[in-house]
Design a protein around this ligand. Structure first.
Ligand code: IMP
Ligand code: MG
Length: 181
C-alpha cells in the first residue's frame, strides 16, 4: 500500500472498495433488470470518477453515463447552495437517472441535484454513493446504494480531495488535521 505522511489512518482499503463495488454493481443490475430498465449514470465530477469506473465493471445492463460538475465546497465546510460548473451533455427527459457520488455529507449537494433532475424531466432518480457520513446530514436525502458509512472525519483518497490533492490515493484515509487546519 502507498504510504502518505499526511494520512492519519487508512479507513477503507483498495480491496474492500473493489469488493463492495462488485456487490453494489450486481445489486444495481438486479434492481433495474427487475424493472426492465437501464439507468443513465450521472457522475458528479471529479470525486466520483474512480468509483464510477470500478462500479461499471459490474453493471450488466445497457447503461450510458454523463457527467455534471457542481460545487458547494470551500475548504472543508459545505454550504447550502450549489453552482453548476458543467451541465449534462444530453437530455434526461423520461430517463432513469442513477447519480454517482463520492460522499454524501450534509446532503445539500444531492438534494439540489435531484431536484434539478426532476425539473429536467427525469423519470426516476436514484443515488449510488461510495461513502456516507450520516452524522452530518442536514436534509432528508438518503442514498439508495451506499458503499460504506464513515465517521465524521475528513477523508481523502479514491477520488476525494482536499484542495485537489490526494484524489489518486488507491484507498480512503483520514487526513491529518494539521494538513487542513
Ligand atoms: P454535501 O453537500 O455536504 O453532502 O457535500 C458533498 C460533497 O462535499 C461531496 O461530494 C464531496 O465532494 C465533499 N465532501 C464532503 N465530505 C468530504 C470529506 O470528508 N472529504 C472530501 N470531500 C468531502
Ligand atoms: Mg462531490
Amino acid at each position: 500500500m502507498w504510504e502518505n505522511n499526511d494520512i492519519k489512518e487508512v479507513l477503507i482499503t483498495k480491496e474492500q472498495i473493489e469488493k463492495r463495488s462488485m456487490e453494489l454493481g450486481r445489486q444495481i443490475t438486479e434492481d433495474y433488470r427487475a424493472e426492465g430498465r437501464a439507468p443513465l449514470l450521472v457522475a458528479l465530477l471529479r470525486g466520483s470518477v474512480p468509483f464510477l469506473s470500478e462500479l461499471i465493471k459490474y453493471i450488466d445492463l445497457d447503461i450510458q453515463f454523463d457527467f455534471m460538475d457542481v460545487t458547494s465546497y470551500v475548504g472543508t465546510e459545505s454550504q447550502g447552495d450549489i453552482k453548476i460548473l458543467k451541465d449534462l451533455d444530453g437530455s434526461i427527459k423520461d430517463k432513469d437517472i442513477l447519480i454517482i457520488e463520492d460522499i454524501v455529507d450534509t446532503g445539500n449537494t444531492l438534494s439540489t441535484v435531484c431536484k434539478t433532475m426532476y425539473l429536467k424531466g427525469a423519470r426516476s432518480v436514484k443515488i449510488a454513493t461510495l461513502l456516507n457520513k450520516p452524522s452530518r446530514r442536514a436534509t432528508g436525502i438518503e442514498a439508495d446504494y451506499i458503499g460504506f458509512n464513515v465517521p465524521n472525519e475528513f477523508v481523502v483518497g479514491y477520488g476525494m480531495d482536499f484542495n485537489q490533492r490526494y484524489r489518486c490515493l488507491p484507498y480512503i484515509g483520514v487526513l491529518k488535521e494539521d494538513c487542513y487546519k
